[in-house]
Design a protein around this ligand. Structure first.
Ligand code: PHE
Length: 475
């Protein structure tokens, strides 16, 4: 098993944090795209297949011995080939992308019409097509590799915001990340002249397994928030897959639009935004009670969240707001106003289709996939698996570098889809100032019974890797 967390690299990454690129480091507004260009990908493929002297793969690329294999294994997003070595760079201390994350790139569940996420996406498209005929342009296969400028600077994320850390974001190198939100495309699409657009795509964030037990992002309390809590639900959100599908909506107004309204541009946009999104919520959930909650995002002001009362609970549906003037000005829309919203498709699909575990979205099991069909929103999922979970506890003295995200990455690297939850169940500091954590790991397959032997093997490997990679002292 390839080590996923390399302690030395982690240290280098933590150190590198101090010198992460800031806004000032970017002088031009049009940075080159970090996506491998189609022509480069084609050249690579050609070289790999036909030239015996094609350059060898990086020394660390163990899973793909030859560049031919690497090129063939490349995934395609919007006509762009992304090879493992474009994303997972084991010898680069500024890279923290594991194979479990690379394996999610290119799946594009939202582009499958018979998949709950595709069905939901199409239903949202229908709403915008009906409400604004011919106006919203849709982008559902933009490359998820973006520059730190696109992901953070272009949407005014402060240079010292915690979301930029290696603990929270997957870095391909110091200037390239797997996008954390679809807002990363706002600026480029504005510069291309678009005024109404929807962007749907996979987004990636490092997070603990089963976020439901850690309902507050630390950045919410320490820093102004960057993201909507789209990764959280009251369902099982655990797992291997810290990638989610997100949708961004954006609409620009010119002075002509609001001049006769008696409102200023901001009030006009905020009113239109709320009306549009209330309509969307009704389109998806029927006649539900709704409420608007004031919030903060760096890229919008004012900012809001829409919540609906559904099945006895207030459910956060989306985050939105009136776009900061600076974003419009920097991208060719001086004197305009705009609104933007972002929503997470999984949490809504889980509620609408009654899907109890996010891992099911990635399942190819016929018993899951055959239950959904094009155009049928809200068909209730009938669970086919009630296999019992198996719990294993482990305790250790933590060190200063310890983070839960790193622990989860180790567990995920070993148990993959079979880990359902990693939960802190005990925590104390002794007289010498040493802090002990006890974690309970729940293993469970959605598809079959696990044997004692394989669980014990996994747990043994987890203990060994936690000890060696995280340098903690097992108790
Ligand atoms: N980008 C935000 C997130 O990832 C969502 C959002 C988009 C909020 C646009 C406001 C406006 O959670």
């Amino acid at each position: 098993m390839r080590p996923l967390i390399r302690t030395a690299c982690l240290r280098a990454r933590v150190r590198a944090m101090a010198t992460l690129p800031t806004t000032a480091a970017f002088s031009s507004t049009r940075a080159p795209s970090p996506c491998p260009s189609p022509s480069r990908a084609r050249r690579l493929l050609f070289a790999a297949r036909f030239l015996p002297s094609a350059p060898p793969p990086p020394a660390g690329a163990r899973a793909f011995r030859t560049s031919a294999a690497a090129a063939e294994a490349a995934v395609e997003v919007g006509g762009v080939k992304i090879a493992r070595e474009d994303v997972v760079k084991e010898d680069d201390p500024t890279n923290n992308v594991p194979d479990t994350i690379y394996s999610k790139i290119g799946l594009q569940l939202h582009r499958r019409d018979n998949h709950p996420l595709g069905i939901l996406k199409n239903t949202i498209y229908d709403y915008f097509d009906k409400s604004f005929p011919g106006q919203f342009v849709k982008f559902d296969d933009l490359c998820p590799l973006v520059s730190t400028k696109q992901n953070f600077d272009d949407v005014l994320v402060p240079a010292d915001h915690v979301s930029r850390s290696y603990n929270d974001t997957y870095y391909v190198d110091s200037q390239t990340v797997l996008r954390c939100h679809t807002s990363a495309h706002q600026a480029e699409l504005l510069r291309e002249g678009h005024r109404h657009f929807l962007v749907i795509g996979d987004v990636y964030r490092r997070d603990s397994i089963d976020s439901t037990h850690y309902p507050v992002f630390h950045q919410v309390t320490v820093f102004p928030r960057l993201y909507l809590n789209v990764f959280k639900t009251r369902y099982v959100m655990n797992s291997i897959d810290l990638s989610r599908i997100q949708m961004e909506g954006f609409r620009v107004f010119s002075p002509d639009d609001w001049s006769g309204s008696g409102m200023d541009g901001t009030a006009y946009a905020a009113t239109d935004l709320k009306k549009t999104l209330e309509g969307l919520a009704t389109h998806l959930f029927g006649a539900v009670e709704m409420r608007w909650v004031d919030t903060y995002f760096p890229f919008t002001n004012p900012s809001f969240e829409l919540e609906i009362y559904f099945q006895g609970d207030w459910l956060e549906v989306l985050g939105c707001g009136v776009t900061e003037q600076e974003i419009l000005k920097s991208n060719g829309r001086t004197d305009h106003v705009a609104w933007a919203f972002g929503l997470g498709l999984e949490r809504l699909a889980m509620v609408l289709f009654d899907i109890p575990d996010i891992r099911l979205f990635w399942s190819n099991d016929q018993r899951f996939t055959s239950q959904f069909s094009k155009g049928k929103l809200g068909v209730k999922f009938k669970p086919f698996s009630k296999f019992p979970p198996c719990y294993k506890d482990m305790s250790f003295w933590i060190n200063d570098e310890f983070t839960e995200n790193n622990l989860c990455e180790v567990v995920r690297g070993i148990a993959g889809d079979l880990v359902e939850e990693v939960k802190l169940i005990d925590n104390f500091t002794n007289k010498k100032g040493m802090t002990s954590h006890c974690y309970r790991i729940a293993y469970r397959s959605m598809e079959r019974s696990l044997t004692d032997e394989e669980i014990n093997d996994m747990q043994w490997n987890v203990r060994e890797e936690v000890k060696s990679k995280l340098r903690v002292e097992l108790r």
